[in-house]
Design a protein around this ligand. Structure first.
Ligand SMILES: *Cc1c(COP(=O)(O)O)cnc(C)c1O
Length: 305
């Protein structure tokens, strides 16, 4: 039994998630694999779902180039961050379509078939409404998107970009709203939900005597795991032998957990998965479910199934 943290990635679950999104929305999936596929590992993830998706969304072009997304999968990429270079040849060579946000970028990258990112409220990495028409013309642009977090942002995109172009807006948050599906969806989190299980065994189990730990916690009984804040862990819920427990204190590379009289050394402490959801952990930290995945994905040795 390994003493440290194990991160199990269920690639079949990611496939089922993507299939379910496709079936429900009936539009192409632009799979968001930025941040090393939210910590789940970009290469295994793209290999597992390449036949199900239209293209990859990365943050920077370097992510697509380093993971060789085109060579591995035969599917191109879209960058979501502002262009790192205005040389269209670079993007063409790597089968990347850059998201552009200004008239100048649109003009310079015209031959790389840029996509216009339109500001509908986020006020970051996006073209202001007043520049949209000029950018469309400068880049001969046929596709546009926005980072939408409510339906008003979707309506604004339609209003600004018109019906003649390919449009997409919905990330995970708007996947349950048909009006947001438009011509494609751009999910990240929704592809990865339930696919990561993080656990570490109890390496010690004690009946607690008085205040314990740095913080002087008081509890009937406590255990220790070899996972701490350097592994990305924060105080929150965990599961031990099927029961919800609390992480009492998080140190650099270890943590104290509340345990029952029957819990013992070697028992598995589940930090994510097996019914303990990203949302539940996120609410306790507090953080977004995306942050929970990215942190815990890097917390230990990754195993793929
Ligand atoms: C990260 C990102 C997404 C995916 O977001 P989720 O909420 O994880 O689905 C979609 N679109 C853009 C522009 C993004 O930056």
């Amino acid at each position: 039994m390994p003493e440290g943290v194990t991160v199990k990635i269920d690639l079949a679950r990611i496939r089922r998630n993507v299939e379910e999104i496709s079936r429900r929305t009936r539009v192409p999936v632009l799979a968001v694999v930025k941040g090393d596929a939210y910590g789940l590992g970009i290469k295994p993830v793209v290999d597992a779902i390449a036949d199900l998706v239209e293209a990859w969304c990365v943050f920077s072009a370097a992510e697509a180039v380093d993971a060789k997304l085109w060579e591995r999968t035969g599917k191109g990429s879209i960058t979501l961050s502002p262009p790192s270079t205005n040389n269209p040849k670079f993007y063409l060579k790597h089968h990347i379509r850059p998201a552009v946000t200004t008239v100048e970028q649109a003009q310079a990258l015209r031959s790389a078939k840029p996509i216009l990112c339109i500001d509908t409220g986020m006020q970051r990495f996006a073209c202001p409404p007043s520049q949209v028409e000029a950018a469309f013309r400068a880049g001969d642009i046929s596709e546009a998107f926005t980072q939408a977090f409510n339906i008003e942002h979707v309506r604004k995109l339609k209003e600004l970009a018109g019906d003649a172009r390919t449009l997409h807006a919905a990330a995970t948050k708007l996947l349950d709203q048909p009006e947001a599906w438009l011509n494609a969806v751009r999910p990240g989190l929704a592809m990865y939900r339930g696919a990561m299980k993080v656990s570490a065994p109890l390496i010690e189990a004690h009946d607690t005597i008085g205040p314990a730990g740095y913080t002087g916690f008081i509890t009937p009984r406590h255990g220790v795991i070899l996972c701490g804040y350097s592994n990305g862990l924060k105080k929150g819920p965990c599961l031990i032998n099927g029961q919800r427990r609390n992480i009492l204190e998080v140190g650099m590379q270890s943590a104290f957990v509340e345990i029952a009289p029957t819990d013992n050394v070697g028992d598995e402490v589940i930090l994510l998965g097996d019914g303990l959801t990203e949302e539940e952990v996120a609410a306790a930290w507090p953080a977004t479910p995306q942050e929970v995945l990215v942190r815990l994905g890097k917390s230990g040795k990754q195993e793929y199934a």
